[in-house]
Design a protein around this ligand. Structure first.
Ligand code: ATP
Length: 660
């Protein structure tokens, strides 16, 4: 069966670009410059950035339950979907079109049904067309014309996109009259014993890259590249070897139409649009779609056609998306392409390492397949005219026809190695000189003596973490707390004790969880918090965080125990905005982009699989905005001392998934 996909064509705001554009206009933050971003070979990984202020951001609402110092909030059930039972009409005439008789069904997707339409009377234009019907109350319409229509208006008829001749509403259906095409690549693969020749797939690669280049050059990303959405021309016609890309219902703009600038980066881990099997890792993680995502999905499409299977097929159940994404991250390009010719591996390697706003080198990707396809384009199994044209254009533009000089490029840092690693992630903020102390490898029984000694010296606990069931403890003189209590408990988390302390006006100021399920919770007086809520969850609870943001809470502490997460959110946290970066490796690129937009890291936590960093905009701008992060395999004891010498103090620390 073809892979189903999940999407929402009629979100509250159907055009994500409009929302992003609006957001950009409200952001008053200045963009600060990167001061440092280097990776030492054997030493720690250091990243640093100055920080400036940014305004508030609008978010969606989703409900779940939680423990709250000031009460509970209710759940909202899902909205029931309407049954669609209206019959497809026998005849169609829309938007000034001739009258078409509706004949056999060509296909059906999650949103539309496609039929052959035959012109009933002689006249100009095509005799046979494809009619795409979408019921007015379907998910794609929301009682207005399908979002896809707008995209066909912009892209219809451009290279590799079928032309739309007419469109309009007839009774309960929105109907699009378009070029009729032939079988999809999925049909071809399915009808040829689930195999495809290397030359055929290489030709598909070449032509598909040129189709995506054209679509991207017009400012759009497709958003759902997969074998089912590539169609060949109608059999027996001159176009039967020509490739088309259909289904533009998930297309978005990567380039703002008014400013011409790349759309802003964002990550909303609860938003998934696309098809699980072929989606890019970034799409799984809810990152704003950009050109790299189409190319990553194309890479998976090609490997599927070639090998007949992708390593992440077969997962089922509620956390299928999580497991598939984890497997994608853990599969190196070598493993994915182990039975494929080298050009396919190189293509995968290139595209999975693209940055959010990086311009893909389409011509170079096409040239990778030169050696696999026959030299004579006329006898290739797929028409590669579009790719030939692109190569010529690029060659002329650069005053040369070969791409060889490109090989002089600096080798790119490969981030998707498929090699998991766990490390300490420590975050340092510039502060006025103060006393800070750290303890690590602290066994349960020795915890109290360190804390008592620290308290005697006028220090309170500011951060806690755990590695191999041993605690790390940061104490300092600059917390502003007036008193503090803590509990080491075998539970993650110990609800009754926390509620007791809430009653005494203590608020959670730091938490850590150990792999054995125990937790260390620190609660303090003298915080700015007005109300607090926490949630323990089997997966990162972004939906809950999102809901609490809407209620004025911000994440103020996070921890993990094994694969479980605990998130603490507080009212009165002193932030004006907050975002989350979640990844299966240390989300370096996301953090840099957030730093550039004025956020700084305020909480960290990581499981064996994922690292989460919460970044916030403080209401009061600190005097020195420098923030640095370190990733080290051992506790960063010597590094901390070096930081102190520069008046940089640990603000947050955790141990878990990064990448070596
Ligand atoms: N122009 C066309 N000519 C011939 N067949 C077509 C054409 N457009 C679509 N089809 C067939 O109809 C199927 C459904 O079309 P399409 O993917 O556009 O619908 P959808 O409801 O948007 O699908 P999805 O569930 O993937 O969003 C396609 O997979 C294809 O087999």
């Amino acid at each position: 069966m073809p892979e189903p996909r999940r999407r929402n064509r009629t979100p509250k705001n159907p055009n994500p670009i409009t929302r992003r554009a609006a957001l950009r206009k409200t952001n008053c933050g200045k963009i600060s410059k990167s001061r440092n971003n280097r990776k030492k070979k054997s030493g720690p990984v250091l990243e640093t950035r100055s920080f400036e202020l940014k305004e508030h951001q609008v978010r969606d609402f989703r409900a779940m339950d939680e423990y709250d110092s000031g009460g509970r909030s209710g759940d909202k059930g899902p909205v029931a979907e309407e049954e669609i039972s209206a019959p497809i009409p026998d005849k169609v005439q829309v938007g000034g079109s001739p009258l078409y008789k509706v004949e056999r069904k060509l296909g059906k997707g999650g949103f539309g049904q496609v039929y052959v339409g035959r012109r009933t009377a002689p006249g100009p234009g095509a005799i046979e067309v494809a009619l795409k019907f979408e019921h007015r109350s379907s998910k794609g319409c929301n009682y207005g014309p399908p979002y896809e229509w707008q995209i066909y208006n912009a892209l219809g008829g451009s290279h590799g996109v079928p032309r739309v001749h007419y469109k309009g509403r007839q009774a309960d259906y929105y109907i699009m009259v378009m070029d009729i095409l032939g079988p999809s690549l999925w049909d071809v693969w399915n009808n040829s014993s689930h195999t495809m020749s290397i030359e055929m797939v290489a030709c598909i690669a070449i032509e598909a890259i040129s189709i995506l280049e054209k679509m991207h050059s017009r400012g759009y990303v497709h958003g759902d590249v997969k074998p089912e959405n590539f169609l060949l021309g109608p059999p027996g016609t001159p176009e039967e070897k020509k490739l088309f890309l259909v289904d533009l219902g998930l297309a978005t703009r990567w380039r703002d139409s008014s400013t011409g600038l790349h759309v802003d980066y964002d990550q909303r881990p609860d938003v998934f649009r696309g098809t699980v099997r072929y989606a890019s890792v970034h799409a799984h993680l809810g990152r704003t779609g950009s050109r790299r995502d189409d190319l990553e999905s194309l890479a998976y499409t090609l490997i599927f056609l070639l090998r007949g299977r992708l390593p992440w097929q077969g997962y089922q159940g509620e956390n299928k998306g999580f497991l598939v994404c984890k497997k994608k991250m853990a599969t190196s390009p070598e493993t994915l392409c182990c039975f494929c010719p080298q050009p396919f591996r190189l293509f995968v390697e290139h595209v999975v390492n693209l940055k959010f706003d990086e311009e893909p080198n389409y011509a170079k990707y096409i040239s990778l397949f030169d050696g696999v396809v026959g030299p004579n384009p006329d006898i290739r199994p797929i028409n590669t005219d579009g790719a030939q044209k692109l190569i010529c254009q690029v060659g002329q533009k650069r005053g040369r026809l070969t791409m060889e000089e490109e090989d002089d490029e600096q080798p790119k840092k490969k981030i998707r190695m498929g090699m998991p690693a766990t490390q300490w992630i420590s975050v340092y903020n510039a502060r006025r000189p103060m006393k800070q102390r750290y303890h690590y490898n602290v066994a349960d029984v020795r915890l109290s003596q360190h804390i008592e000694k620290g308290n005697e010296d006028g220090l309170f606990i500011s951060s806690v973490a755990s590695c191999s069931n041993l605690w790390a403890l940061i104490m300092d003189a600059g917390t502003g707390f007036s008193s503090q209590v803590y509990e080491l408990s075998p539970f993650f988390l110990h609800k009754e004790w926390i509620m007791e302390q809430w009653d005494k006006n203590f608020y959670i100021s730091a938490i850590a969880g150990a792999n054995n399920g125990s937790s260390l919770v620190v609660m303090s007086k003298g915080t700015s918090f007005l109300q607090q809520s926490y949630k323990v969850s089997e997966s990162f609870p972004f939906k809950w965080i999102n809901k609490k943001w809407r209620e004025g809470f911000y994440v103020t502490a996070m921890a993990t125990a094994g694969s479980r997460w605990a998130i603490v959110m507080s009212r009165g946290a002193g932030f004006s905005d907050q975002v989350v970066e979640l990844d299966f490796l240390y989300p370096s690129e996301g953090i840099h982009r957030r730093w550039d937009s004025g956020y700084r890291i305020t909480s960290t936590a990581a499981t064996w699989d994922q690292a989460a960093l919460v970044l916030s905009v403080p209401r009061r701008k600190p005097a020195d905005e420098t923030q640095e992060t370190l990733r080290t395999s051992a506790f960063p004891s010597t590094h901390v001392k070096e930081k102190w010498a520069k008046n940089l103090y640990i603000a947050s620390i955790c141990y878990g998934r990064t990448v070596s």
